[in-house]
Design a protein around this ligand. Structure first.
Ligand code: PXL
Length: 278
C-alpha cells in the first residue's frame, strides 16, 4: 500500500486543506497521514471571526517521532502554510523524509484571482519560492505562479507562448515538474498546462469552463493529482484524472452555490474518482 503525508492546516468547517486531502487520497486507496499545521474553525475565504490555533511547534516533534519509528512516505505533500517558520520547518521535514524514489509535492497556496488570501505577503511568497526549489512537483495557480516569479499578476488574457514561458521560468526555481492550474485561453475551456524540465516536454489538458467561483477546487485538484502520481499514473493521465474529478465536483455543486459557497460537494463524487482510477 502506498503512503502519503499531507502537511497543511485543518479548517474544521469549510471543505479545504486536510478535510479534502484526507478523504480524497484515502478513497484512492492510499494510506494518508497528516501533519496538521494549524486548527482553524473555518477557512479564511469569506468567513470572519474564525479561530486560529497555531501548531508550528508540533511539526518538528512529529517529524522526530516518525524518524525514530522509521516511517517512510511515497509522497510528502504540502498545501496551505501559515508562516515563514512553518515553511522552514516543512523544508527540514523534506530533508528528513526525502528518499531516492519518493515525491515532494508543493502546492504553494497563497492566493487566487490575482489576490493574496488573507494574511499573505510578498515576503511570504519569497520564502515559498525557496520551498518550491526543493520540490519534485509544484502546483501553482496563475496567481501563485506570478507571485513565485515576483511579477505582476498575468491577468485573464494571455497566449500559449506566455504560459510556456512562465512554466520554463518556474521550473528554473528548481522543481522537475511544474503544473500550472486555472489556465483559460478561451471562455469555454479551462485546464492545466505542465512542463517537465528533464524531458523538456509540455503537456496540456482542458475541460469545460464552468462559470462562477468555486472555493477549494485547488485543494481538490492537488490532492487528486498527488494521489494519482503516487498510484503510478504518468503525468498526462494524472492531470486528466485530477482535472476531470475537479470538474465533476464543480458540476455537482452548480445550482447549490447558496448553501455550498464555501467549498465543492466533493463527497458525492468520490465514487466517480474510484471509478476513474480503476
Ligand atoms: O484552500 C486553500 C486554503 C487552505 N487553508 C485555509 C484557507 C485556504 C484558502 O482560503 O483559508 C485556512
Amino acid at each position: 500500500m502506498k503512503r502519503i503525508v499531507s502537511i497543511q492546516d485543518i479548517s474544521c468547517f469549510g471543505k479545504c486543506s486536510l478535510t479534502v486531502a484526507l478523504p480524497i487520497t484515502s478513497a484512492m486507496g492510499i494510506e494518508t497521514c497528516a501533519v496538521p499545521t494549524a486548527v482553524l474553525s473555518t477557512h479564511t475565504g469569506g468567513f470572519t471571526g474564525y479561530t486560529y490555533r497555531d501548531l508550528t511547534s508540533d511539526i518538528p516533534k512529529i517529524a522526530s517521532h516518525w524518524k525514530s519509528i522509521g516511517l517512510k512516505f511515497d509522497a510528502v505533500c504540502t498545501g496551505y502554510l501559515g508562516s515563514f517558520e512553518q515553511i522552514r520547518l516543512v523544508s527540514d521535514f523534506f530533508d528528513d523524509f526525502k528518499t531516492n524514489s519518493n515525491l515532494l509535492i508543493v502546492d504553494p497556496v497563497m492566493g487566487d484571482k490575482g489576490k493574496f488570501y488573507a494574511g499573505f505577503t510578498n515576503e511570504f511568497a519569497a520564502e515559498m519560492r525557496k520551498l518550491c526549489s526543493k520540490a519534485d512537483v509544484i502546483l501553482p495557480n496563475l496567481t501563485e505562479a506570478s507571485l513565485l516569479l515576483g511579477e505582476e499578476y498575468v491577468g485573464d488574457v494571455y497566449d500559449e507562448e506566455c504560459i510556456k514561458n512562465m512554466l520554463t521560468r518556474l521550473s528554473r526555481l528548481g522543481s522537475k515538474i511544474v503544473v500550472l492550474t486555472g489556465v483559460t485561453f478561451d471562455e469555454n475551456s479551462q485546464g492545466v498546462m505542465s512542463y517537465n524540465s528533464e524531458t523538456n516536454e509540455f503537456f496540456s489538458y482542458f475541460s469545460d469552463n464552468i462559470p462562477g467561483y468555486y472555493h477549494s477546487t485547488g485543494d481538490v485538484f492537488s490532492s487528486t493529482l498527488s494521489g494519482a502520481l503516487v498510484k503510478g499514473f504518468d503525468m498526462g493521465k494524472s492531470v486528466k484524472i485530477a482535472v476531470d474529478f475537479t470538474v465533476d465536483c464543480i458540476r455537482h455543486t452548480v445550482g447549490h452555490e447558496k448553501e455550498h459557497w464555501y467549498g465543492v460537494k466533493f463527497e458525492e463524487c468520490l465514487p466517480d474518482l474510484i471509478e476513474m482510477i480503476k
